[in-house]
Design a protein around this ligand. Structure first.
Ligand code: HPA
Length: 288
């Protein structure tokens, strides 16, 4: 397991891609459970399975296919990670975030991260869409920060600022697009846990008490690395289940991976349309 990433490693991955695709995306996207259909809508797409790309690790989870798709979407050149590798699969936080560094090295300035998450705030329902306004990186706070280890100053500063981690102007774009489409957009704090076991009721109550609105097993390390490398970040969660805060609730609605994937399938058309409109707005603000 690699604990620190060097510029040379990143450049090997980026050079491999640059030599094989004419795309120079300004926007990178990570498509989590529920969002992967967005990649099917990319025009003139050019896809690379993760296992082909130097230093990328290969996902092992059903529902996360593991391809990097270049193409045009909403009028912009984009690079979409269709699926991602999770910390719980056994890799270090640094390894799972190498793709973000590679996209940055190819010129991406904006990262859009998406995920499936459990609703922690009372009243959240499966199918809700939440803009991430901040996160609580529980694995990072406990020492599994992707920046742990020697810092390569060519990649970013030793102590990067994380306030704000989620770009206020990009959040405004998302709000405007959701309003224009009549999509109900919640906002909240995403807590990242290590997984892969789902939370106990006491853990759900703990997450609520510390200010989390949704919980998931990804995203925060990617955002740390994106901010470290100077990218602007926008984050979106699809609420696929209600995280049960009592035993009664747990028995009533058990959380399964299948349930998470099914909620993603149902929300797909709304998410695709929202993302497409969002990218259209982004195209207008990213100066050429
Ligand atoms: N907990 C953690 N991760 C998740 C959940 C959950 O309830 N739902 C989707 N990803």
């Amino acid at each position: 397991m690699v604990d620190a990433i060097t510029l040379e490693t990143v450049q090997e991955a980026a050079d491999y891609l640059r030599a094989r695709t004419p795309y120079r995306p300004r926007v990178g996207m990570v498509l989590g459970s529920g969002f992967s259909g967005v990649a099917e809508r990319a025009l003139e797409a050019h896809a690379f399975p993760f296992e082909e790309i130097p230093h990328f690790v290969k996902p092992t989870v059903p529902g996360h296919s593991g391809r990097l798709v270049f193409g045009r979407f909403g009028g912009l050149e984009v690079a979409m990670m269709q699926g991602r590798v999770h910390f719980y699969e056994g890799h270090s936080a640094a390894e799972i975030t190498l793709p973000i560094r590679a996209l940055r090295a190819m010129g991406a300035e904006v990262l859009i991260v998406t995920n499936a998450a459990g609703g922690v705030r009372r009243g959240m329902r499966p199918g809700d869409i939440m803009a991430i306004v901040d996160h609580i990186n529980l694995i990072g706070l406990a020492g599994h920060n992707p920046l742990r280890g020697p810092n390569d100053d060519r990649l970013g500063p030793r102590f990067p600022d994380m306030s704000p981690a989620y770009d206020p102007a990009l959040l405004d774009l998302l709000r405007a697009e959701a309003r224009a489409q009549g999509v109900r957009l919640l906002e909240g704090v995403y807590a990242m846990v290590g997984g892969p076991s789902f939370e106990t009721p006491a853990e759900v109550r703990f997450l609520r008490a510390i200010g989390a609105d949704a919980v998931g097993m990804s995203t925060a390390p990617e955002v740390v690395v994106a901010r470290h490398s100077g990218m602007r970040v926008l984050g979106l969660s699809l609420i696929t289940n209600v995280a049960p805060d009592s035993l009664a609730r747990r028995l009533e609605e058990e959380t399964t991976h299948e349930q998470v994937l099914a909620a993603g399938e149902r929300a797909m058309p709304v998410l695709v349309r929202l993302m497409e409109g969002l990218l259209g707005r982004l195209a207008r603000i990213l100066e050429r």
